[in-house]
Design a protein around this ligand. Sequence first.
Ligand SMILES: NC(=O)c1ccc[n+]([C@@H]2O[C@H](COP(=O)([O-])OP(=O)(O)OC[C@H]3O[C@@H](n4cnc5c(N)ncnc54)[C@H](O)[C@@H]3O)[C@@H](O)[C@H]2O)c1
Ligand SMILES: CC(C)[C@H](C(=O)O)[C@@H](O)C(=O)O
Ligand SMILES: [Mg+2]
Length: 361
Amino acid sequence: MSKTYKITLLPGDGIGPEVIAESVKVLDAVSEKAGFALEYTQQNAGGAAIDAHNDPMPDSVVETCKASDAVLLGAVGGPKWDALTGAMRPESGLLKIRKELGAFANLRPVTVPASLAENSPLRPETVAGLDLFTVRELTGGIYFGQPVGTEGEGDDKKAWNTMVYSVGEIKRVARVAFEWARKRRNKVTSVDKANVLEVSRLWRDTVIELHQAEYSDVELDHLYIDNAAMQMVVNPRQFDVILTGNIFGDILSDASATLGGSLGLLPSASVGGPVGIFEPVHGSAPDIAGQGKANPIAMILSAAMMLDTLGEEAAANAIRAGVEKVLNDGYRSGDLWREGNTLASTTELGDLVKEAALAAM
Ligand SMILES: NC(=O)c1ccc[n+]([C@@H]2O[C@H](COP(=O)([O-])OP(=O)(O)OC[C@H]3O[C@@H](n4cnc5c(N)ncnc54)[C@H](O)[C@@H]3O)[C@@H](O)[C@H]2O)c1
Ligand SMILES: CC(C)[C@H](C(=O)O)[C@@H](O)C(=O)O
Ligand SMILES: [Mg+2]
């Protein structure tokens, strides 16, 4: 009997459904060849769930996710729902599912194959062959801290959010970063704002203590977030694993999209709980939705990270090899296209990656 994994698909909004379809196409092909099966349950999330159920993440969807082996998520949000506030926003639905699944560590790798270096807005020699890995805390910090509120009227109207971390929250995500560093080039750069924020002072002290107690074999340094954002584009090769909090990681990981030249390339895995969520770094890209222009590679590589987590590394590696082959052969969606490349649509890229992945098995 071949192994069957239960996957919940949350395509979401905008380009979410378009890129999810390509990842499923690739997954179906490699799983069949590798001899395991994926059984999908598709549910609404974000704006699509607001439209269908008046709730961006209904409890029934959370229960389906909890009962599965992994969740593949496209993207949520868009102009249609932008006037909504608080828990009714599509983005709140995403925060809810991350929290409910205990996905406190968001892994955001960035690799730039030599063939992509010419597509980067940065110099090819700055980015060719680059390989870095951000571990972003995902269920705490200013996204979740209390109190949150708005009060008053006119010029006296105020609003506030609170950035809170406990030692326990910092330690558990820092451990993830140190463990990944040991499997990679053995270096962690912790990014904070300890020159200004109490919460960052605690972050830095806790990372230093944990490092001394359990991970002194790993090289550790610290950068302030403003400097880190600058270093990311000027000298990205200094980084191996970047460890940072929720909002700094959000910003820094979009900045890291400049390295390969597009957000449409960056996958992520949100892990730590019993069921992982595999979601591209990008959003619903309303500006290109419905036009066949979306780059499906971020979503396809997120699906590969899902297979790694399920223990199907051979199929995951074949997907990554397929993506690399297609890029080496010069195919590009519009976000990356330059003179000399071959322009490909979302579905064409999915087909090409599928064939190249199968050939790599
Ligand atoms: N994980 C998520 O669900 C997620 C992440 C980020 C933003 N969002 C939401 O998405 C909506 C749009 O946000 P935004 O415009 O700030 O960010 P975005 O990531 O959707 O788009 C930013 C830019 O990158 C481009 N882009 C993104 N993904 C691409 C892809 N796969 N292929 C080609 N180009 C791509 C877009 O066209 C756009 O120009 C908002 O509602 C936001 O809250 C959701
Ligand atoms: C849509 C939003 C809630 C989300 C985040 O900030 O975490 C997104 O920007 C991301 O990077 O996954
Ligand atoms: Mg983001």
